[in-house]
Design a protein around this ligand. Structure first.
Ligand SMILES: [Zn+2]
Length: 142
């Protein structure tokens, strides 16, 4: 818990019991989650929180750079605790999200943007999702 408090401090997030509880769950799940996923784990632990509170906390974490919203995935919003630059693969049908294993794609985009900056934009991060029928999710249909 002490380490979590430190992380909050470094990111300018005021510490509350609920925020610590939500972040603890995110760390343990360590994958792409919806607010509902987080709420489910909290409920299993006998922690009572409204879905609106969970959303507020997740959006605060996103604003502070502690987690990221997976942009193109649509509704319900999917959050990712892994904030390093990576590309997502989203299955259109199941809405399952996984990380793209090809890191050369990120390097390619980064080097392109370094050479061709977008006029008038101070780039903060690149958010790319590849959307389609994920063959690792639907192997039987091959
Ligand atoms: Zn991810």
């Amino acid at each position: 818990m002490e380490k979590l408090r430190q992380i909050f401090k470094e990111n300018g997030i005021q510490i509350t019991k609920q925020r610590l509880q939500v972040y603890q769950v995110l760390k343990e799940l360590n994958t792409h989650v919806t607010a509902e996923n987080v709420l489910e784990v909290l409920q299993q632990r006998g922690i009572s929180m409204t879905v609106a509170t969970v959303y507020n906390i997740l959006n605060l974490f996103d604003q502070k750079g502690l987690i990221i919203k997976v942009g193109a995935a649509g509704e319900p919003v999917i959050y990712d605790i892994n904030t390093y630059e990576h590309i997502h693969i989203c299955d259109q049908q199941t809405r399952l999200v996984r990380d793209c294993p090809d890191h050369r794609l990120v390097e390619l985009i980064d080097s392109y943007l370094a050479e061709h900056p977008v006029e008038g934009l101070e780039l903060q991060r690149v958010d790319i999702s590849l959307i389609g029928r994920d063959k690792t999710v639907h192997p039987a249909e091959e």
